[in-house]
Design a protein around this ligand. Structure first.
Ligand code: HEM
Length: 222
């Protein structure tokens, strides 16, 4: 009987392929939200967005100028941090273009400092009420705290600790994506924006942080 012919495997094995698909998903979803979430706020005044049914814009349109300025700064620089973060996490970019990694890293950290401070201030005005203040407020503090720990680690040349803190920072930045994904699921499920929105101030970041910790634990035990 002729020996059975085995087809030689093509392309990378399954595990790295799954990992690559996951990384592409993170990068593309971050890019999409970084561009499309801030866009309405950059193109239209808050009053116009509110008149067209924007619940969040309706909350901010009558607020004092400094609150609206905080929202504008947050939207713009949060978008920039989210746009550049996947570039920072790419090991290929780090290895081939170390200067780009350093320059873009400084832009990300400065953006997080401003967008995080603004996010913390906005948390006191959120339509999600006290749960929103607690969830978004804690997220803002952790976001800036993790980013600062990452900066301090690289200043003392501890690359391993730097990478671990920056992964946690990305888990927090990515809350902007998961918040919108949760709303896509929860609004039809619960029948409206208001019911769904009170759940997202914690739901948008606690699972992200849990996944980041799992990844870090697996890496350190490998
Ligand atoms: C990770 C820390 C962050 C915190 C604590 C935070 C917090 C907040 C808060 C409190 C608001 C006001 C919404 C409300 O009143 O309920 C807001 C709005 C907004 N944030 Fe963030 N945010 C964060 C990250 C980001 C990032 C990375 C982006 C990037 C796209 C972003 C984009 C926006 C946009 C576009 C709005 C306007 C509301 C909307 O249309 O969804 N945020 N954020």
């Amino acid at each position: 009987m002729p020996a059975a012919r085995t087809v030689p495997p093509t392309g990378p094995p399954a595990a790295p392929r799954v990992r690559a698909a996951g990384l592409w998903w993170l990068a593309l979803s971050a890019l999409a939200i970084a561009v499309f979430a801030p866009l309405p706020y950059l193109l239209h005044p808050l009053r116009e967005l509110a008149a067209n049914g924007g619940e969040i814009a309706a909350n901010y349109a009558p607020r004092p100028g400094w609150v609206r300025a905080a929202l504008a700064a947050h939207v713009l620089l949060g978008g920039l941090a989210l746009l550049l973060s996947p570039v920072q996490l790419s090991s290929r970019v780090r290895a081939r273009f170390p200067r780009l990694h350093r320059v873009s890293g400084r832009v990300v950290l400065a953006s997080i400092a401003v967008a995080g401070t603004a996010g913390f201030l906005l948390a006191w005005f959120t339509v999600a009420g006290p749960v929103g203040t607690a969830g978004f407020g804690l997220l803002a503090v952790l976001w800036m705290g993790f980013a600062l720990s990452g900066l301090r680690a690289i200043r003392r040349r501890d690359v391993v600790a730097h990478r671990r803190w920056m992964l946690r920072t990305f888990a927090m930045t990515y809350a902007a994506v998961t918040l919108r994904l949760w709303l896509l699921v929860l609004i039809p499920l619960l029948g409206g924006f208001a019911a769904a929105y009170v759940l997202v101030p914690f739901l948008c970041w606690v699972p992200n942080l849990a996944v980041a910790e799992l990844v870090l634990r697996r890496r350190s035990s490998a």
